[in-house]
Design a protein around this ligand. Structure first.
Ligand code: AMP
Length: 423
């Protein structure tokens, strides 16, 4: 089978790494990929912001199956367009992907279908914001409606700060069109977890859960990032909680989307806050998360291709995923300064030594290769991922491998999974 993966980050490297293990995959392509992906797939140039560019690529490659990593092509309708041209593709349509691409759509949808989430108000103008704020206690969360690559959520301590942030988003100065509408939301307290499910439009199964670390600094301080690390263990969600989340969140989402004429196929990623009032949805993502996919796929023992095909063909069942009881963790190494400004083009050393640590796989996020040497090319550079019998051993291996790798300005958090280990 010829398989095409769209995207260029650590998530796509992990997908390609897992797909390589399937006896059913004969040829693997990644568009555009990165220097690490190139070791296990043929990387092809493509503009992921252009559906025409992706379609032209499909016509050249003639894939039997396409898997979309990032959210942007899904929002732009890559699944609709590929399907129209007869290409089998995994993921939700443009209409279904609104669960991620529009926070106001997701909030109103959750209200219509009684899915637990924070109180909110949708605001199109500064007047709407002034009318809404008296109904919220501080701190309050201000969110851009559209896709903002992790930069569209600000927790504000005062009404003045919330007013100023909302005004800046609405003006278009902060996030362009993504901020043309904002959602004001009650600030929830609790432990955050990532609950992932897979659907074929009707049936839903749970995937392994994960916990990610979005803030740049140790102890969850500093700016929000795309993700500084994640871990996955059996202990994050027990069977009883998993059944509750399926019954009260994932199944109602899939049934609700079907009832509204926008069947949801693909991975449904539910970002949850485990509050004193019970689990509540912070956000939906309509694809695999990055970096959660890296530890999750390291725990997957069954063939990923089979599960993706089950979603496309409408035959998702509990047997699609077989998970190891091992734990896995991913520590993201970034360029110094990320998520603000940073320099690229720094020579990376020690990747091979890091890969020799037992149980470790190093997924590239922002790298290029010249004359047999790797160089940095992005904010998130590498995802040092390790699997072991327990979380403590996995964390130890990941940090041992990370310690062998260096490049100018390299930074990583030293406390990935530390809270879980303390428990
Ligand atoms: P989102 O993109 O909506 O998941 O938001 C990014 C991050 O902002 C989440 O992972 C949370 O840490 C935080 N966040 C979002 N919404 C809320 C909320 N209602 N209360 C507290 N924190 C939130």
């Amino acid at each position: 089978m010829r398989v095409l993966v769209i995207g260029s980050g650590g998530r796509e490297h992990a997908l390609v790494w897992k797909l390589r293990q399937s006896a059913r995959v004969s040829q693997l392509f990644c568009a555009p990929g990165n220097a690490g992906v190139a070791a296990c797939a043929e990387c092809l140039p493509a503009d992921i912001k252009s559906i025409d560019s992706l379609l032209a690529l499909a016509k050249r490659v003639e894939p039997d199956l396409t898997i979309v990593g990032p959210e942007l092509p899904l929002q732009l309708g890559v699944v609709d367009e590929f399907a129209r041209h007869g290409y089998r593709i995994f993921g939700p349509t443009q209409a279904a992907a609104q669960l991620e691409s529009s926070k106001s759509f997701a909030k109103e949808f959750m209200q219509r279908h009684h899915i637990p989430t924070a109180h909110y108000a949708i605001c199109d103008t500064s007047e709407d914001v002034s009318d809404a704020l008296p109904h919220f206690s501080m701190p309050v969360v201000v969110k851009a409606d559209g896709l903002a690559a992790g930069k569209g959520v600000v927790i504000c301590e005062t009404k003045e700060a919330a007013t100023a942030v909302a005004a800046e988003m609405l003006s278009g100065k902060m996030l362009g069109d993504a901020g043309a509408r904002v959602v004001i939301e009650e600030c929830l307290q609790g432990e955050e977890i990532s609950f992932l499910a897979m659907s074929d439009g009707e049936r839903v199964v749970a995937l392994a859960a994960a916990q990610d670390h979005k803030r740049v600094g140790e102890g969850d301080t500093g700016a929000n990032t795309g993700g500084m690390g994640a871990y996955s263990t059996e202990a994050i969600i027990d069977t009883q909680m998993q059944n509750w989340l399926l019954q009260h969140i994932a199944r109602p989402v899939v049934a609700g989307m079907k009832a509204e004429g926008a069947e949801y196929k693909g991975v449904l990623y539910c970002g949850l806050m485990m509050t004193a009032r019970g689990p509540m949805v912070l956000e939906f993502n309509c694809r695999f998360g990055d970096p959660e996919t890296q530890p999750i796929l390291m725990r997957l023992e069954s063939d990923l291709i089979e599960a993706l095909e089950a979603s496309i063909e409408g035959r998702v069942s509990d047997g699609d995923f077989r998970w190891s009881s091992d734990a896995a963790v991913c520590v993201v190494m970034t360029s110094g300064g990320y998520p603000g400004t940073f320099e690229v083009g720094k020579k990376i050393t020690g990747i091979e030594e890091g890969e020799k640590v037992p149980g470790v796989a190093i997924f590239h996020a922002g790298t290029t290769k010249h004359d047999d040497a790797y160089f940095t090319s992005g904010g998130r550079v590498l995802g040092i991922t390790a699997r072991a019998a327990d979380l403590e051993a996995a964390v130890k291996s990941a940090y041992e491998a990370a310690g062998k790798i260096s490049f100018g300005g390299a930074y990583y958090r030293k406390d990935i999974a530390a809270r879980a280990l303390k428990k």
